[in-house]
Design a protein around this ligand. Structure first.
Ligand code: AMP
Ligand code: MG
Length: 284
């Protein structure tokens, strides 16, 4: 029995390894977690303090210490899968000062004139930061492949380029956590319908989402290839069932917590004499 409601480490259960098939993952599931929605929400709320303290240590250690560690959380998913909810409810629980968030949209004209990793590199987290990518360089082998935005040779080249790039990023001190939030097409339909039903959600609706939705199987095949080609030791993929928002949030929380615990950042020591300062302060 693991901590709280977990029967196993989320990082082990959800990690994409040899022989992984996305089609075997049940988007409705809550693997490794022995609880229901109310338990999951309570566990997330209670756990936030631990995440927040570790994040503050990570940040502090990089400011005054010599630590160079950082974290990069890459979020990929079909529309409505809940990337925004992860950002708001999980990452949102820590001090925003130590978070750098980048959302990658359709590349601009300038971005298209460069290699696909050009715009990505600029947003890598500095030491001490938790970087979050809302979409990423993986779009270039997902929508890029499904929509044939580049030649087959170029798409093929990109998997290797991504692995090389991520290995370098990891070697420089960044823990990379790649998460695919996996929803079912029926759940997406329901969520898109809700967006249409609610005027306060219309801004989130994009007619193009329906076009991409019609290519669901092609996207799942492209994700499967991404997993096979780019889930590495330096930068593993995690496939997170996401029909239940509470589970996806709790699972990503666990992945972040495990990475921070593994870094084990320490409060930096004062570079001044604390006793002397206490005396000076008292006398002032
Ligand atoms: P959203 O994240 O839902 O606001 O939408 C961003 C849109 O930008 C999605 O439809 C992505 O597929 C698209 N996008 C992001 N990166 C790329 C890329 N490299 N090439 C083409 N489309 C992209
Ligand atoms: Mg969208």
């Amino acid at each position: 029995m693991g901590k709280r409601g977990w029967t196993d480490e989320a990082s082990e259960i959800l990690c994409v390894g040899e022989g992984f098939r996305l089609s075997d993952v049940d988007p409705d599931g809550h693997p490794g977690y022995d609880g229901e929605k109310n338990n999951g929400e309570d566990d997330l709320a209670e756990g936030m303090e631990a995440l927040s303290e570790l994040q503050e240590r990570l940040y502090a250690a990089s400011r005054t210490g010599t630590a160079t560690d950082s974290i990069l959380l890459v979020l990929q998913a079909m529309d409505t899968a809940g990337k925004g909810g992860i950002v708001r409810h999980v990452v949102g629980g820590v001090d925003p000062q130590g978070v750098s968030l980048a959302a990658f949209k359709v590349p601009t004209k300038e971005e298209r004139e460069h290699d696909f990793l050009w715009r990505i590199e600029k947003h890598l987290p500095d030491p001490g930061f938790i970087g979050v990518f809302d979409r990423s360089h993986y779009e270039d082998v997902l929508v890029g492949k499904v929509r044939e935005l580049a030649s087959a040779d170029e798409i093929e080249r990109r998997y290797g380029a991504i692995n090389e790039f991520e290995a370098q990023v990891a070697a420089s001190g960044t823990r990379i956590i790649k998460v695919m939030l996996h929803i079912s097409p029926d759940e997406q339909k329901e969520r898109l319908r809700e967006r249409l039903d609610r005027p306060d959600k219309h801004w989130k609706y994009n007619p193009g989402d329906v076009d991409e939705r019609m290519l669901w199987d092609d996207y799942m095949a492209a994700y499967q290839t991404v997993f096979e080609r780019t889930s590495t030791e330096a930068a593993p993929w995690y496939a997170v069932p996401a029909n239940r928002k509470w589970y996806a949030r709790l699972a990503v929380y666990e992945l972040l917590l495990a990475a921070l615990e593994d870094i084990d950042p320490q409060w930096p020591e004062a570079d001044f004499d604390v006793e002397v300062e206490k005396e000076r302060l008292a006398a002032s």
